[in-house]
Design a protein around this ligand. Sequence first.
Ligand code: 0FX
Length: 236
Amino acid sequence: PFRSLVLTDNVELFEFVQALVVEKGIADVTFGCSRQGPLAARPDIDVVDVRTGCDALIARYRLIVSLHSKQRFPSALVRAVRCVNIHPGHNPDTRGWFPQVFAILRGLKLGMTVHRMDEALDHGDILYREEVPVLFSDTSYTAYRRVIDAEKRYLRHNLHALIHADGESQPMSEEGNMHSKSDFDRLCEIDLDQRGSFRDFYDRLRALSFMGYRNAYVRDPDSGKKVYLSLVVEPE
Ligand code: 0FX
């Protein structure tokens, strides 16, 4: 009777795992997303609210996997059910928001981490971790693609085991770094009078360059309006 729930707000990973579950014949997996996310309107996934639905989730599931879910799990849920987070950063170096942005900017480790969830964000015993390189010519976009590829590879080879076995885990060695959405938002405003090396400027801009998003900006001194910037990086 025990089912597993995969909670996600990432369209690409949802479709990938949905197909994988069929292909590998993995039984008793349900998918859920948050009400505000891009998947909410789809007929093939349920909207699940981990706060209001906490008791029902505890009664129903033996395992809940957070695969880029934007919901913050309540303490009661992580204490009662085995909850595992698949995080697109290398814990504890790059916990939190948009890990590759901070990996590029601060020279931190990037990768993916699969960990038991506890009360703190992107925190808990590590079940699997893989580092991916950050290249001098990476933008946020190219580094992110490398992380997604690693996550898909991991899921392809380990989803069945993740769902059906408890697996060994290791405690986090230290608390590391935690980045928030407001850290990211602050980075996006570029002060035209800030002094630094061209290297700093290069790293800041490529860390904020992601195809399809307008992140970094300066203020037009005349109109006060934002002028968005993004860097095109083309290695030889
Ligand atoms: O689903 P996801 O790839 O991951 C994010 C967090 O980075 C992660 O730490 C958290 N566990 C998860 C629940 O949410 O995020 P996304 O699909 O919103 O964005 C993917 C990438 O797109 C992001 O890494 C950088 C880029 N991006 C996204 C937005 C919304 C931007 O550059 N600017 C933006 O405004």
